[in-house]
Design a protein around this ligand. Structure first.
Ligand code: HEC
Ligand code: HEC
Ligand code: HEC
Ligand code: HEC
Length: 400
């Protein structure tokens, strides 16, 4: 057996473990999962991997060469109890149907959201959910039996076991199943672990990867991890399903229904700040902050509660951004995204000084998931301003 690096193309890393003979396979088992509610890569940094639209394209490519059996392991949702979680679960179920997933396992955190969600997921995915008492096992098109396991449950007899647990759990279950799929929030290992004749493997975190196993005479002859980078184009039907989801998020006005902190601190809006701080305003206009909402509008995520908070001013406060129509002056990452509400200061600057802010003001938005390359010194250079405040103001006062 040898480990081969087949290709590195713009973040779509393919690691394959191939047997020396590498004969044609009877079928390819494709394992996906641990979506955690990630339907698309957010696009905050490029290239970013993952997303159902790329995943479906990758599966189609494999299907063009070989008979494919797709299985999907939980968690499907983030586990937070909200209307948006429900909508995402429904979208994911529809997408898994397009992928033709033959066995799907929900995690305990998904099931905790209620039997209503479970039933809808089952229906939309084409009744491919493994369901404790109702449908404890499923027969796959390759003849295998698929079953699931979670903490505290007896170990079922199955060829493939979808586990709501990590590698440690998988190890304790090793024995009869040919394949055991476990959960992990890291990159899948370059080769699967083999224990007591069971292959232990994981699709990794947030639907960023796809695992492919070629079988011949029930022996694995090839294992491959594919990172779903931008080299996979977006699948048409999935793109349609995703855009329907975003339309629903907009139509139900989930953004407007977000809980907010009641505040008596008003926002002035960047333009008004700029009426006195002209140089700061001019600098700000040249930065990407001043176009941050348009960035979301381009991909129709501008009414998506998952995105808007970091691309506007004060979304979490009652006096903050509502919509481009209602609060146009609070669209984009504005002065008050970093400096805090400045309504009072704008009315009477000398009486109401703004607090001094610094590096900490970047932290709520420039988080690891959305800005992995963030470095204050480097980033501040690109948005640097503020040295000339009082001077400009007094000069302007002199003119009037
Ligand atoms: C936690 C805050 C946060 C959230 C939530 C967030 N973003 Fe961003 N986004 C950022 C930051 C910060 C950047 C700039 C990243 C950088 O350049 O380091 C960014 C940049 C972007 C860019 C520009 C990338 C480029 O290079 O042109 C896009 C597109 C984007 N975000 C889309 C989204 C979408 C879509 C969502 C929701 C699914 C989202 N963002 C949610 C903080 C966020
Ligand atoms: C009417 C004119 C005016 C407006 C509008 C205005 N400022 Fe100021 N700002 C000033 C003046 C004058 C000072 C200097 C105050 C001082 O030092 O006494 C100042 C100072 C500041 C300072 C330095 C800290 C301080 O308070 O001394 C910051 C930061 C600041 N302004 C941010 C903003 C932001 C953000 C906005 C919009 C919310 C804004 N300003 C709107 C006139 C204005
Ligand atoms: C309210 C959220 C938010 C805050 C606070 C914030 N940013 Fe950003 N930042 C963003 C978003 C969103 C983008 C991407 C905008 C786009 O491209 O549409 C971004 C982009 C940037 C970029 C452009 C990156 C590039 O490579 O061109 C720089 C630089 C930057 N931010 C620096 C900072 C610094 C420094 C701070 C703190 C002093 C800060 N930001 C605070 C949300 C924020
Ligand atoms: C990305 C975050 C961010 C944005 C957006 C931003 N600022 Fe600042 N600003 C800072 C930081 C950080 C400092 C430096 C620390 C400080 O002095 O508070 C600063 C400094 C200043 C100062 C000088 C404060 C002083 O003590 O001398 C003024 C005035 C100011 N900003 C006004 C503005 C205005 C007006 C806008 C909008 C046109 C704006 N800022 C947009 C983060 C931001």
């Amino acid at each position: 057996m040898k480990l081969a690096l087949l290709g590195i193309a713009a973040a779509s890393l393919v690691i394959a473990w191939v047997s020396p003979e590498h004969p044609k396979a009877d079928f390819t088992l494709v394992v996906v999962g641990d979506f955690h509610g990630s339907l698309t890569p957010c696009g905050c940094t490029k290239p970013m991997s993952g997303g159902l639209a790329r995943m479906a394209t990758a599966v189609d490519q494999i299907r063009a060469r070989n008979k494919v059996v797709v299985v999907a392991n939980g968690a499907m949702t983030s586990g937070s109890n909200s209307r948006q979680t429900e909508m995402k679960a429904e979208t994911l179920a529809e997408a898994l149907r397009v992928l033709d997933a033959e066995a799907i396992n929900l995690a305990a955190t998904d099931k905790a959201l209620g039997t209503g969600l479970e039933e809808t997921f089952d229906r939309l995915s084409g009744e491919r959910l493994i369901r404790d008492e109702l449908r404890p096992e499923l027969t796959l098109s390759n003849g295998w039996i698929a079953a699931s396991w979670q903490q505290g449950k007896p170990v079922p007899h199955a060829d493939i076991l979808l586990v709501d647990g990590g590698l440690d759990s998988a190890r304790t279950l090793a024995g009869t199943p040919k394949v055991i799929v476990y959960r992990s929030n890291a990159r899948p290992p370059a080769r699967p672990e083999m224990k007591n004749a069971s292959l232990l493997l994981t699709p990794g975190e947030s639907g960023k990867f796809l695992i492919q196993l070629d079988f011949r005479a029930n022996q694995m002859v090839r294992y491959q991890v594919t990172e779903l980078g931008p080299s996979f184009r977006d699948h048409r039907s999935i793109t349609q399903i995703l855009s329907r989801y975003l339309q629903r998020v907009g139509r139900e006005n989930l953004l407007g229904k977000l809980p907010r902190q009641t505040s008596d601190q008003s926002f002035a809006g960047s333009r008004r700040c700029g009426s006195c701080h002209q140089e700061e305003f001019a600098t700000w206009k040249t930065t990407r902050h001043s176009d941050a909402l348009a960035t979301l509008e381009e991909t129709k995520h501008d009414r998506d509660p998952d995105c808007v908070g970091c691309h506007v001013v004060g979304l979490s406060q009652s006096t903050g951004f509502q919509s481009r129509q209602k609060t146009p002056e609070l669209a984009d990452v504005g002065c008050e995204s970093c400096h805090g509400p400045g309504g009072k200061h704008a009315d009477e600057p000398a009486q109401n000084k703004m607090a001094v802010v610094g590096e900490k003001s970047c932290a709520p938005c420039h988080v690891l998931d959305h800005s992995p390359g963030f470095n204050f010194e480097k980033y501040w250079e690109k948005v640097r301003h503020g040295e000339s405040t009082l001077k400009t103001y007094l000069e302007n006062l002199g003119k009037t």
